[in-house]
Design a protein around this ligand. Structure first.
Ligand code: AMP
Ligand code: MG
Length: 490
């Protein structure tokens, strides 16, 4: 077996999915293969890149050991419940156990219609496939839990959106594809057996220690709450806006999933929205923790029948667990911010100090990434301050804050060079800036040129290293380069 499948989801009852193979495409062509990821998964990159391997990655050949299926799920989209969504353009080929001992889903995205496609064509356009590839791999390099991209294959077929676009298939790798919406699917059908089997499967995969807890389903909910609180804090500490935090795009594993209209902040503003369809700002940068808790509350509701025999007692358990979200998020967010400005431990008053900085950044349209990265140089000595000041429309706004920060650094008393090194290890120089992502997509889609995509990937693989030849990639967009809206890319 070239892909050593060890499938567990396919063992669940038939109502969890539809069994079907991917729909073959006209002319598969490998665009990108992720060699390090293939190795982590214990897969042979040479085979994956062979004609046979590319046929598998395109969905033209079902490999030995695969039990292809489209998963059923439901979900709240922008607050409105849709009882049936499901994999409308994805096929789970199966699971492999990676070198680290962790089980990973291997899924094709853009692999043709399924019973869950509704009015969609089951396909993906090249642009959104490359966007997911770049951004998911950048997230991984930043150390943030995420689904990953093993390969991108051109289909040789057109997909029709507003215009005809080149089609592609992404091979996505995930700890699982179990979503809050998967639980909602069974809860909406009052399928208690299905719900329990799903919960047991999730426990086995993501919270094995919960199996021995007095109340395993409570422990599962605690695990999801903890992972999502940590995840959203991690996103925000690098300026990431997911853009479409629907419950069907919220994993139980705590991995980031579905890189549709996502974007990274250039200038900091808590109200920032890029998604063209997020008219109310529901998924704005600063709203993400509230939305995560809202999504987790939907998960808790589905679990009520499992949490206790009596509903009142179950609600009490759910509320207790959900109450853990805010302190976990706050600790991860403030702890992370404090490290971003070079402090080791949170002290009273640090919340004010950091809020004051963020307020001044917002008022002065300071670039989020560059402010923290250049602050590291300022930590090494006052000579480094010029670059930070220049990021503020009114540099005096930074000057008024800096002495408070310096006083706090002095109180910790670490050597300036040690502070600088610690700051550079948590404040990336390189993030997938929207204008760069759009630029490399345009080169691939319009000019069939993947060199800019490869170059951007190489830079983003080392986000915390200075890369002298890549200085341009660290810069915010010029006014004419600025990306004002991002799209779902379905
Ligand atoms: P998303 O907004 O990408 O998370 O997708 C929401 C739902 O729409 C999921 O059920 C997807 O499978 C489905 N979907 C998105 N794009 C397509 C497409 N091109 N064809 C079929 N289903 C799709
Ligand atoms: Mg989705």
């Amino acid at each position: 077996m070239q892909l050593p499948f060890d499938n567990s989801y396919a063992r669940l009852p038939d109502r969890f999915f539809a069994r079907l193979a991917p729909t073959p495409v006209a002319a598969p062509r490998l665009l990108k293969l992720n060699l390090p990821l293939a190795q982590e998964l214990g897969l042979d990159p040479a085979w994956l890149a062979s004609d046979e391997g590319v046929e598998v990655l395109a969905g033209n050949r079902v490999p030995e050991g695969s039990e292809p299926l489209a998963q059923a799920y439901a979900g709240h989209q922008f607050g409105g419940f849709v009882p049936q969504l499901g994999d409308g353009r994805a096929i789970l080929l199966g699971e492999v156990v990676a070198r680290d001992g962790m089980r990973r889903d291997i899924q094709l995205k853009g692999s043709g219609p399924t019973p869950f496609s509704r009015r969609g064509d089951g396909r993906a356009a090249l642009g959104p496939v490359l966007r997911e590839y770049v951004v998911s791999e950048a997230m991984h390099a930043l150390g943030i839990p995420t689904t990953r991209s093993l390969a991108a294959v051109a289909t040789g077929e057109a997909v029709y959106r507003e215009t005809a676009l080149p089609g592609a298939v992404l091979t996505r790798v995930a700890a699982s594809h179990i979503r809050v919406g998967t639980f909602q699917y069974f809860a909406a059908r009052q399928d208690l057996d299905g719900l329990r089997m799903l919960a047991d499967h999730a426990v086995a995969r993501h919270d094995p220690q919960a199996a021995g807890a007095p109340n395993p389903y409570r422990a599962l909910l605690e695990g999801v709450v903890a992972r999502q609180a940590a995840l959203v804090a991690r996103w925000m500490l690098v300026g990431f806006i997911h853009g479409v935090m629907n419950t069907d795009n919220t994993t139980v594993s705590g991995e980031t999933i579905d890189f549709g209209p996502c974007a990274f902040l250039d200038a900091y503003h808590p109200g920032q929205v890029f998604s063209s369809i997020d008219h109310q700002g529901r998924y704005a940068f600063g709203n993400q923790p509230r939305i995560a808790l809202w999504n987790l509350t939907r998960l808790a509701e589905t679990l009520l029948p499992l949490l206790a025999a009596e509903e009142a007692a179950a609600i009490e358990v759910a509320q207790e667990v959900l109450a853990g979200f805010a302190p976990r998020f706050e600790a991860a967010w403030l702890g992370g911010l404090v490290r971003k400005v070079g402090l080791e431990a949170v002290q009273e008053g640090d919340g004010d100090l950091l809020e004051d900085l963020l307020l001044r950044m917002a008022e002065n349209e300071a670039d989020f990434t560059l402010t923290f990265r250049s602050l590291a140089d300022a930590a090494a000595g006052p000579g480094g301050e010029a670059a930070v000041r220049a990021l503020f429309k009114d540099p005096a706004a930074f000057d008024a804050w800096a002495p408070r920060w310096r006083a706090r650094l002095a109180q910790e008393g670490r050597a300036p060079e040690a502070v600088r090194a610690a700051m550079r290890a948590v404040n990336p120089a390189f993030i997938p800036r929207n204008h760069q992502v759009e630029r490399v997509i345009a080169a691939a889609v319009q000019g069939d040129d993947l060199a800019p995509f490869e170059a951007l990937l190489a830079v983003l693989a080392r986000p915390f290293d200075d890369q002298p030849g890549a200085a341009d990639y660290a810069l915010p967009p010029q006014p004419e380069e600025r990306v004002l809206a991002t799209f779902c890319g379905t």
